[in-house]
Design a protein around this ligand. Structure first.
Ligand code: IDP
Ligand code: MG
Length: 132
């Protein structure tokens, strides 16, 4: 059993798909271990997205992530990190495989409905940021 971090982003919260998205994880055998709804802030986002700080899309990404409430979840299960990434689909919603969360509820490469940790090291790092 491993743990991973999922964030339901402001686009999917605004479009009222929190329940739909949580159901997809649960129906795939994953468990919601902890969950909270909140506004992000620049300090948390800077830590969370540290690998992207120098990218050209970073300011716009921060603006998007601050544009509404988010739902932050600790999700547990066998192979949960990779399973969530598979369920979420690729970063660009327009290229995400049919039936994935990003295909169903995302709009583009930025407004892509959900975040899922990249690997186990990142999952632990991110869980410590959002649930410390
Ligand atoms: P991931 O969320 O699939 O792991 P990352 O490359 O880690 O994708 O990027 C983090 C987030 O930054 C993405 O989920 C997306 O919201 C945003 N993003 C990534 N690449 C771009 C881009 O080229 N333009 C605008 N936003 C981007
Ligand atoms: Mg990433």
């Amino acid at each position: 059993m491993v743990k991973t971090l999922v964030i339901i982003k402001p686009d999917a919260v605004k479009s009222k798909h929190i329940g739909d998205i949580i159901s997809i994880y649960e129906n795939n055998g994953l468990s919601i271990e902890n969950m909270k709804m909140m506004y992000a802030n620049e300090e948390l986002l800077k830590k969370h997205y540290e690998e992207h700080i120098d990218k050209s899309f970073y300011p716009s990404l921060v603006e998007f992530m601050l544009s509404g409430k988010i739902v932050v979840m600790e999700i547990m299960g066998e192979d949960a990190v990779d399973k969530v990434r598979e369920i979420n689909g690729v970063t660009d919603s327009t290229k995400a495989e049919k039936g994935t969360v990003r295909n169903l509820y995302g709009s583009d490469i930025q407004k892509n409905a959900v975040h899922g940790s990249a690997d186990i090291i990142d999952a632990n790092r991110e869980l410590n940021i959002w649930f410390k």
